[in-house]
Design a protein around this ligand. Structure first.
Ligand code: 1GP
Length: 248
């Protein structure tokens, strides 16, 4: 079973935890991943907007010894691909008009992916404005879609679907002050068949629940779990996201 097939088979909404190896110590990351799996988190994403790749493969190796849920790379840029992850979100930042992020990085990465037979999941990465400039907006040098324009987001989602991509990632950016508006998630879900990941600025169980209710298939949190004493928060968000599964 491929990782994508596993994702499709997961009860929805699913909950993925993003670990940024540039920000978190290895031992803390392992602890977080183990607690995440115990709590019922569905997969671990590894990524950052810079991804320094310092010991990234060793880090993933260590993670694999400790958890069995999928470990998926979520690369800020495709310039540093660890060869031992279970899969890679093969992103094209389709909200951007920066050719490097639309196709340039993918062309550079493709031969390596072929050479090592890495598993990929073609994912349309769509950046939505959160009102302030996030790292991803700055580093990608691209304009986010205004948060009050669901029709533009839907057009991007449909384009991704017609291009044969496999998932949509609606994002306001790591540490964003606002999460993706519910109206945008609802419109995307109503109009597009692909699984929808929602991340950026989800900082409480209540917000996570709201995004699930709006139609997110997968909720991602990162920053909120980088703080100390994150176990309680992790459990609350997992319960909150998964509780929605039983509501209908
Ligand atoms: C970033 O969607 C993720 O790509 C997570 O964002 O760090 O704000 O939770 P946060």
């Amino acid at each position: 079973m491929t990782v994508y097939e596993k994702i499709l088979a997961m009860p929805k909404p699913a909950y993925f935890v993003l670990i940024d190896p540039d920000k978190t110590e290895i031992k803390d990351s392992i602890k977080l991943a183990v607690t995440a799996e115990e709590t019922g988190v569905d997969a671990i994403l590894i990524g950052s907007s810079i991804l320094l790749n310092k010991g990234l493969e060793e880090f993933i190796e260590e993670l694999k010894k400790n958890v069995t849920i999928p470990i998926i790379v979520f690369p800020g840029l495709l310039n540093s691909i660890p060869l031992n992850a279970d899969s890679i979100l093969f992103l094209s930042m389709i909200s951007s008009r920066n050719p490097q992020l639309l196709i340039g990085e993918q062309v550079r990465a493709a031969p390596l992916i072929k050479r090592f037979s890495l598993d990929t999941i073609s994912t349309a990465y769509i950046l939505i404005s959160s009102g302030s400039i996030t790292s991803v907006q700055y580093i990608s040098n691209s304009l986010p879609i205004p948060a009050d324009k669901p029709d533009i987001v839907v057009a991007h989602c449909l384009a991704a679907e017609y291009l044969g991509m496999k998932m949509i990632y609606l994002e306001t950016g790591s540490g964003a002050s606002d999460s993706v508006p519910d109206a945008i998630i609802k419109s995307a879900k109503k109009n597009c068949q692909l699984p929808i990941i929602v991340g950026g600025g989800i900082t409480s169980p209540e917000i996570a629940y709201q995004k699930a209710k709006a139609g997110a298939d997968i909720i991602v949190t990162g920053t909120i779990l980088e703080q100390n004493n994150n176990t309680k928060m992790l459990r609350s968000i997992t319960e909150s996201v998964h509780s929605f599964r039983n509501e209908f």
